[in-house]
Ligand binder design. Structure first.
Ligand code: ATP
Ligand code: MG
Length: 490
């Protein structure tokens, strides 16, 4: 019985082909009077991309999350376009367009430069993928690159899609999207929505429903498990029971997903404005491990470790809650958020504990902090290629913290000049907000960073006086060893 179940999960035996070819949806064109999308929510670059493709004789629609969000009355943060033009044909129509991706080739059409640049993702309609008929290879993305060369549809032994680059008609493209509310196509010219799978009705019911057989669809791409958590949190939708049923049995398949893709999904879960709700959703679905699921692992070991730890320690819990709430607030206010900052927050108490332990063992403060940071990187972040900058930024935020304790000499002037000062300071303020350091310290640095030369001199004097008073109150002799030795502050 159990073996049969595992075989089915891994796509072995008769059961593998069981779901068969799914029913393709039926094309339904819904007019503006019914769907009620306000065209003013559309972005003019997305409009331009659709119009350019249509004028060149291609079909083109705004698709996916943007249509879903407009249907719900929200202005989308980014726009995806789907077309029957091939990536090469798309690229030829735009001045700045780049074909990217291997597993899933798409075109990035780019407008503007620098921080203000905007990217419209254009994908070619995909043919329906029949997992049973697709070419099967051993291994995964990491081991099978040469085998994948020149192939269109490829799946691994568990049915996971490794390559998905066969073009097809729109009806098939719709069937291979994940949820019904994500498979809507909007034509800005006629203002109609093309709906093959009852997505508009599900949006009205606030329901996440997987297109096709849910078990097959999780096997094709286990990351859909994380996506459903994200959408349930972001949209406040319920998950349809049939879609939910095979979810837990498929969690183990996430182990075969490349670490960097899962890492990106975790960041999306936490940095797109609904971090607190995402954690609540993970908890509700029993997808957190550690203390929350004795004996069972969650889907993100890093989160499991952090949250289990926080549950046992109110100070840590408060800090993490504050960091997540702060991130959600910043996204809501359209301010920039950096993964390095949030990760530095999530892992701070582990760094702090390691630092204190090493100092208690007699290690000098600065090397002790460096060692503690290294240990946390090894244990929690591991070797995620291409993350050099992320790691460097986290390290800088942490290493800056003891320097904030030193408010004399040249330290303040040089600290505020550091390019990452703002991130380090925001981190300090979060520590102050949750009672880890004095609020006055964060206020002092805020004033200092904004102050004129004269104000800065006055603030240095003030800090000196405060320090003297503190020592006096503590009964310490003048010239006693500073709390933070100079070597930490340099
Ligand atoms: P968001 O608001 O987070 O951008 P989104 O629905 O637009 O949500 P994207 O990751 O931008 O999500 O993907 C765009 C569209 O591509 C989705 O709406 C969906 O139709 C399709 N899609 C993306 N990832 C998958 C997947 N793993 N499986 C099936 N379809 C997918
Ligand atoms: Mg999107």
């Amino acid at each position: 019985m159990i073996k049969k179940f595992i075989d089915r999960l891994l796509g072995k035996g008769d059961a593998a082909a069981a779901p068969g070819r799914p029913k393709l949806g039926k094309r339904v064109e819904v007019p503006a009077s019914e769907h009620g999308i306000d065209p003013a929510l559309l972005d003019d670059k997305a409009l331009k991309v659709v119009a350019t493709l249509q004028e060149a004789g291609h079909q083109a629609y705004v698709v996916g999350g943007a249509v879903r969000d407009m249907l719900l009355g929200h202005r989308p943060k980014d726009f995806d376009v789907a077309t029957d033009a091939t990536p090469e044909q798309v690229k030829a129509l735009f001045r700045r367009a780049f074909i990217i991706g291997r597993r899933f080739r798409i075109v990035h059409v780019v407008y503007g430069r620098g921080r203000e640049h905007e990217v419209i993702e254009v994908s070619t309609f995909r043919a329906y993928l029949d997992a049973a008929a697709a070419e099967q290879v051993e291994g995964n993305e990491k081991t099978a690159k040469s085998e994948l060369q020149g192939k269109g549809h490829v799946v691994d032994a568990s049915g996971r899609v490794l390559r998905d680059n066969v073009w097809g008609p729109q009806v098939e493209d719709a069937a291979r999207r994940d949820f019904t509310v994500n498979a809507l196509y909007y034509d800005p010219k006629t203002q109609t929505v093309v709906d093959y799978h009852g997505g508009i009705a599900d949006a009205k019911k606030r329901l996440l429903r997987m297109i096709g057989d849910p078990l097959t669809r999780y096997r094709e791409d286990p990351v859909r498990i994380v996506r459903i958590v994200r959408f349930a949190a972001k949209l406040g939708f319920e998950i349809e029971p049939k879609t939910l049923k095979p979810l837990h049995a498929c969690v183990a398949l996430l182990e075969a997903v490349p670490v960097s893709r899962l890492f990106d999904e975790m960041i999306k879960l936490l940095q797109t404005g609904h971090a607190l709700k995402s954690i609540a959703q993970l908890r509700k679905l029993g997808l957190l491990g550690g203390a929350e699921r004795p004996g069972g692992a969650g889907i993100f070991p890093l989160l499991d470790a952090v949250l289990a730890d926080a549950q046992e320690n109110p100070a840590r819990e408060a800090f993490i809650q504050a960091a997540l709430a702060d991130t959600d607030r910043r996204v809501a206010e359209d301010k920039a958020v950096a993964p390095s900052f949030l990760l530095a927050c999530l892992l701070w108490h582990e760094v702090l504990a390691g630092w204190q332990r090493r100092k208690a063992g007699g290690a000098p403060p600065f090397p002790a902090l460096q060692e503690a940071v290294d240990a946390v990187f090894d244990a929690r972040i591991g070797d995620i290629s291409g993350r050099g900058k992320l790691g460097a930024d986290m390290r800088e935020i942490w290493m800056m913290q003891p320097r904030f304790e030193r408010r004399s000499g040249s330290t303040p002037a040089s600290l505020v000049e550091q390019p990452r000062f703002r991130a380090g300071f925001d981190f300090l303020r979060l520590r102050a907000d949750t009672g880890e350091v004095e609020v006055e310290l964060a206020e002092w640095w805020e004033d200092y960073s904004l102050g004129s030369d004269e104000e800065r001199r006055a603030l240095i004097d003030l800090a000196r006086e405060q320090e003297q008073q503190r020592r006096h109150a503590a009964g310490a002799p003048r010239g006693a060893v500073r709390r933070v030795p100079a070597q930490v502050a340099e």
